[in-house]
Design a protein around this ligand. Sequence first.
Ligand code: ZN
Length: 219
Amino acid sequence: MTLAEEDYIKAIYQLEADKKGNILTNDIAAKLSTKASSVTDMLKRLEKKGLIHYQKYQGVSLKENGKKFALKLIRQHRLWETFLVKSLGFGWESVHDIAEKLEHIHSDELIERLDHFLGHPAFDPHGEPIPLEKGRIWEIKSQKLSEVEPGYEYVLDAVIQPDNEFLIYLNKINLQIGSVFKLKNIESYDRSVEIEMERQTYFLSQETTFNLKVRKHGA
Ligand SMILES: [Zn+2]
């Protein structure tokens, strides 16, 4: 597998996880910021390798071994992120890009030793579950902050798009995995929200609430 092929497999997996319904060429092009024509070429290659089902105009889905491979990459990515934060002292905002490179090193022995060294962590520093060796992954019952009711206390479970600038912003307002806050109000005009945390009030944009996964405090 080439690096690009691996990135496609992971992108299709993530699109399938986010979206109900067919994954189309344009969805993949948008996710990987590339042209639809290059996506089509790549999909034909992945289909030949037996990793995906692909029919023109009908969309793409991963075959069982494509899915297993995607979960393997995600496992490697999330273990490396955990290592970078826990063992090397990086901030959670600066590990994703490094892990994007490290995830492509394929050595089962290295990964098993890494997992053992870290004490078999269940979650990465962004709160996402680390898939198990056999390609199983925990189902987490959290919801997007953009989809929950106001008037309750919530715990931040995970950050969906852990990109650098977003995490720096969360650092600024001191919002971390495990932070507890009350969702006070949702503005019907632009879906921005008001939260109260440690007696301080913050207003979060809809872009922010789309990217945070929460569960009811105490639930
Ligand atoms: Zn990451």
